[in-house]
Design a binder for this molecule. Structure first.
Ligand code: NAP
Length: 315
């Protein structure tokens, strides 16, 4: 495979880069760093290596006439123009399942951190404020009502964890899952009205843009918490800031933002918000498994074998 040209549109982690460099002729973000050199190489590029946050536009795909496969290291692929890829017969792969545990763990961590004031109390102790009196009381999580927006691979992993906390679990998705012993609501707003914690874990992209809007936040109410581990685009961020400022909801735990890595100053200054830097799958163990799957999909493709994990549109 060493004569196969692969364009990386991201900076792969060292472990993956090493594997890619050993197997393929790699061109690291050449389209951005050296457009003239890219012009020379573009007709030979047969694969793209991307991350879950990468953008692969119809325009870029059109400039790569020999492109056959796009391998995404991540389960979300909303930055890839899959319709344009499909129209050209280009396959797209991603890395589902191997990150379910980590993302579900983080959703629970954010819920506990914001409701039990873990981060706020840490700041309180470090600032030397404890001797002046105790922190205000937090909110109990165990036994509470969790509403999960998106009941796919990761949503189900979150539900399993919530069950261990004795929570009442309900969800919304595009369709009900009668096989799951959980309550289904047909919309995010009706689910939010019955939830203490609303956890968002749908894909990003046009279909879910601002799914969590001012109406949903109103329905969640002044004692409710929003947890977003999906994509920043799924939540109307201005409406969220307004709801937090007005006390329309009680707090939020956020791993993803509208214009990452930029996070609005208003959110950064709020005490009832816990912020993480899109670290849902960011453990050594999971990132290694994701890297292996990203590589194995490319290897399978060029060995003429079936792809391991094509995105649903390419199955
Ligand atoms: P999945 O198995 O495809 O599940 C997606 C769920 O979202 C499904 O239940 C689906 O409904 C539901 N859904 C899709 N469109 C919807 C809509 N318009 N309204 C309501 N529900 C909708 O995906 P997954 O593996 O669980 O991953 C979910 C997403 O998590 C990824 O796409 C990615 O964006 C995000 N993610 C974030 C991180 C992070 O670092 N924070 C890491 C990994 C993944 P149906 O079941 O009815 O089809």
């Amino acid at each position: 495979m060493s004569d196969i040209d692969v364009l990386s549109v991201t900076n792969p982690p060292p472990y993956l880069l090493e594997k890619l460099n050993a197997a393929f002729r790699m061109h690291q973000r050449l389209h951005e760093t050296d457009p003239a050199a890219f012009e020379q190489v573009a007709p030979k590029i047969r694969a793209i290596a991307a991350s879950g946050e990468s953008k692969v536009s119809a325009e870029l795909i059109a400039r790569l006439p020999a492109l056959q496969v796009i391998s995404v290291m991540g389960v979300g692929y909303d930055g890839i123009d899959v319709a344009a890829a499909k129209a050209r017969g280009v396959k797209v792969t991603h890395t589902p399942d191997v990150l379910n545990d980590d993302v579900a763990d983080l959703a629970i961590a954010l819920m506990l951190a914001v409701a039990r004031q873990v981060v706020r109390s840490d700041r309180f102790v470090r600032a030397g404020d404890w001797p002046q009196g105790p922190l205000a009381l937090g909110r109990k999580v165990s036994g509470g009502r969790i509403g999960i927006v998106g009941m796919g691979r990761i949503g189900q992993a979150i539900a399993r964890r919530a069950a261990a906390f004795g929570m009442q679990i309900a969800y919304t998705a595009r369709s009900a899952k009668p096989e799951l012993p959980l309550t289904y609501y047909p919309s995010a707003a009706t689910l939010a009205a019955q939830s203490d914690f609303l956890v968002v874990i749908t894909p990003g992209g046009a279909a879910t843009r601002k799914l969590i809007d001012a109406d949903v936040l109103n329905a969640l109410g002044k004692d409710g918490y929003l947890i977003n581990v999906a994509r920043g685009s799924v939540v109307d961020q201005s409406a969220l800031v307004a709801a937090l400022q007005a006390g329309t909801i009680a707090g939020a735990g956020l791993d993803v933002f509208e214009a990452e890595p930029e996070v609005p100053k208003e959110l950064r200054e709020m005490e009832n918000v816990v912020l993480t830097s899109h670290i849902g799958s960011a453990t050594t163990q999971t990132r290694r498994a994701m890297a292996d799957l990203t590589f194995d999909n490319l290897e399978a493709h060029f060995a003429g074998k079936p792809l391991l994990t094509p995105v649903p549109e390419c199955r």
